[in-house]
Design a protein around this ligand. Structure first.
Ligand code: AHR
Length: 676
């Protein structure tokens, strides 16, 4: 009897629970926005860009030079990238020399001794950066320094297709014993992603050549210091950056700042001035990953600090240089500059500020002016170290901070919190230690990094909700969802990673009073020469495309709003115990008179929500919805389908401050609602 009654009771409770859960799941999700009470100002630098020369991001990427090892200066292998080129009936020999170079700072040059030019000439072929991207009908500057130490010489440059066909050519004569620059434009007859460049002596004699260069004319720059055209930046790639309207540009990295050892660190002074004087060093990422060895990865510094400042200015981003603080990468050698030898490093920081901001007649300001930019770059912030940690970092940081603040009190400092807590030794304890220091030392910004599984990003949209508001402001300086594992070669830039990052970004924006700057990392990946993935923008020698993650970043960056609005969510379905189906943030755009809502639906079903804009008397009636969506979480953009995941814009009728909207399956939606 007792048993039966109990069973009945259990049965009733069970039915009630089913009903309750059914009614829970059918209850409409509600988004309430306190639109009448604008809160903290959104920092204009909220959404920015992280640049590092990784994955052929600079040489072979953004920097438009097509000749690899143009100066024969790759340490240890002076002819890397070059191979002997002889037609069947030509004869000669090749050597690398350094007597009486045209430029002492880069002494190596190539000597081509032609004993018999045959019909085709004798010399070398440059393979480019995994080939050279050549566009039919566009003009390319070919230039070279040459001399002939015996008889006057003649030579030719040929752009060739992979099968050896000549698709562009230039011929030169009258080369005599003095070093001289020869240049002309070549207009190729075909488009080719894997072209090469032949350099061939065409008569008997000795031909010395150096700084062999080929680059698209429409990337060319010149300045008083470099009066002749020199390679600039790849226009298609720059456009992708400009399209984001980024708040800042962080450069030059990343671990490249630190170097594997101190000799390999990034030294900005070696990257400015005439490009012939800039010295090539080995790329920090060339042998970092056994699974992606890249022994031909060097840094020519054709893209150097002046170019980074100029790029920042051109795309309307605040320049954010990060400097070595006397510590090599702590994941590699962890080499340290002794405290009594730190002074030159600190001086580098002070000189950089003068280079960027000083008057045109100051020592370093003059170099900037001579390079073509007499006006200051107006740099406002500077990072001391990249992924640094431990007491050795604090010791060094203090010296930098004092010297910089004494001379430039308005300069904003960025301090590090090591690397991602989950991947660096004893990460969580190290981060706690650093945060304790930063609360006392009060740098303007503290830089945090997250390279984690996508699920972590979705489960932690509230990560910054409980951060101490009296602490320094946050710069989330590197983050990216790793679909397989940190820097795994199998990681994908798929929709899941992009949407889960977007959900995390709603959390950063909801905490925009504290989180003032953020950027995805790394920025670039060359399809044939990457070391690390995922990356935000991918390219080959001819094309560039944005990953799904790029479009997420772009949508946030183009729709920042001016002030934070509080959002209350109710009856949002759960994905599981730790994750919600919908993440939302909202801002007011005072200038446009619009409420902006960003919402991420990570489910495979449309999610209908009632939206209430509190404090708004009148809306629209037409609002704009920009939707980035895909069919499956595995979807991704590729060279073949570069716009598979691409934002679509539509108008939406919003007739009152209370309205309903259905968020598409697997989507990030930006709603812009005109509101009074
Ligand atoms: O973004 C790639 C690397 O990840 C950066 O160089 C470094 O700062 C981080 O560990």
């Amino acid at each position: 009897m007792f048993k039966t009654r109990t069973a009945k009771k259990v049965g009733i409770v069970f039915i009630c629970l089913i009903l309750a859960s059914l009614s829970m799941s059918s209850a409409q999700t509600k988004i309430t926005i306190q639109a009448g009470q604008p809160g903290a100002q959104i920092s204009p630098t909220m959404w920015g860009i992280f640049f590092e020369d990784i994955n052929f991001g600079a040489d072979g990427g953004l920097y438009a030079e097509l000749v690899k090892n143009r100066g024969f200066e790759f340490p240890e292998e002076a002819v890397m990238g070059w191979t002997r080129m002889a037609s069947r009936d030509s004869r000669g020999s090749l050597s690398i020399r350094d007597e009486e170079p045209f430029e002492q700072a880069n002494p190596n040059y190539l000597r081509i001794e032609v004993r018999d030019p045959g019909r085709g000439g004798f010399g070398m072929t440059n393979e480019g950066f995994r080939g050279m991207g050549i566009h039919k009908g566009q003009s390319y500057w070919f230039s070279i320094y040459a001399r002939a130490t015996m008889e006057p010489m003649t030579f030719k440059a040929e752009i060739i297709a992979p099968d050896g066909r000549v698709i562009g050519e230039a011929r030169f004569s009258g080369v005599n014993k003095d070093w001289q620059k020869y240049q002309c434009q070549i207009v190729p007859t075909e488009t080719e992603a894997k072209a090469k460049l032949n350099l061939l002596g065409t008569r008997v004699g000795l031909l010395d050549v150096d700084m062999v260069s080929l680059f698209p004319v429409d990337s060319a720059v010149s300045s008083p210091m470099m009066p002749e055209p020199v390679p600039g930046l790849r226009k298609d790639i720059v456009q992708m950056l400009a399209d984001m309207k980024p708040g800042f540009l962080r450069f030059p990295g990343g671990c490249i700042v630190e170097g594997r050892d101190l000799g390999n660190r990034y030294q900005w002074k070696n990257t400015i001035g005439p490009i012939n004087k800039r010295q090539t060093i080995i790329g920090r990422w060339n042998t970092e990953f056994a699974h992606r060895l890249t022994p031909d990865y060097y840094q020519s510094f054709g893209l150097g600090f002046y170019e980074y400042f100029k790029l920042s200015e051109d795309i309307g981003a605040e320049p954010m240089p990060i400097l070595n603080c006397g510590m090599a990468c702590q994941f590699n050698t962890a080499e340290l500059v002794p405290m009594d030898k730190l002074e030159p490093y600190v001086q580098d920081a002070l000189d950089l500020i003068e280079f960027a901001n000083g008057p045109a007649d100051s020592k370093w300001g003059k170099i900037r002016a001579d390079m073509g930019h007499p006006e200051p770059f107006n740099m406002k912030m500077i990072g001391i170290g990249n992924e640094q940690w431990g007491p050795q970092y604090i010791e060094r940081y203090k010296v930098f901070a004092k010297a910089i603040k004494d001379k430039y009190p308005e300069m904003q400092l960025i301090a590090a919190t090591g690397s991602d807590a989950t991947i660096f030794p004893n990460g969580h304890a190290e981060i706690e230690y650093l945060w304790k220091q930063w609360r006392q030392l009060k740098p303007e910004f503290v830089d945090e990094h997250f390279y984690r599984q996508p699920d972590w990003f979705l489960a932690n949209t509230n990560w910054y909700d409980d951060y101490d508001r009296n602490s320094p402001k946050l710069f989330v300086g590197e983050y990216a969802a790793q679909s397989v594992g940190v820097a795994s070669p199998d990681n994908r830039n798929n929709l899941k990673c992009a949407l889960y990052e977007a959900a995390f970004m709603t959390g950063m924006e909801r905490n925009a009073d504290l989180v003032r700057m953020t950027c995805y990392a790394p920025l670039f990946g060359h399809e044939d020469a990457w070391q690390w993935r995922p990356d935000m923008i991918w390219f080959d020698n001819l094309n560039v495309y944005g990953s799904a993650n790029y479009y997420v970043q772009k949508l946030f960056s183009l729709n920042p709003g001016t002030n934070l609005l509080k959002v209350r969510l109710s009856d949002v379905p759960n994905l599981d115990d730790t994750k919600k189906a919908l993440s939302v943030c909202s801002t007011l755009d005072k200038k446009a008179g619009e409420v902006i809502i960003k919402a991420v639906n990570v489910t495979d079903k449309g999610l209908k929500a009632n939206i209430e804009l509190q404090g708004v008397s009148k809306t629209g009636p037409q609002a704009k919805a920009i939707v980035l969506a895909g069919k499956t979480l595995e979807d991704e953009n590729t060279l073949q389908e570069p716009k598979k995941i691409y934002p679509a814009e539509k108008t939406v009728s919003v007739k009152s401050p209370n309205f309903s909207y259905e968020f598409q399956p697997y989507s990030l939606t930006v709603l812009r609602i005109p509101a009074e």
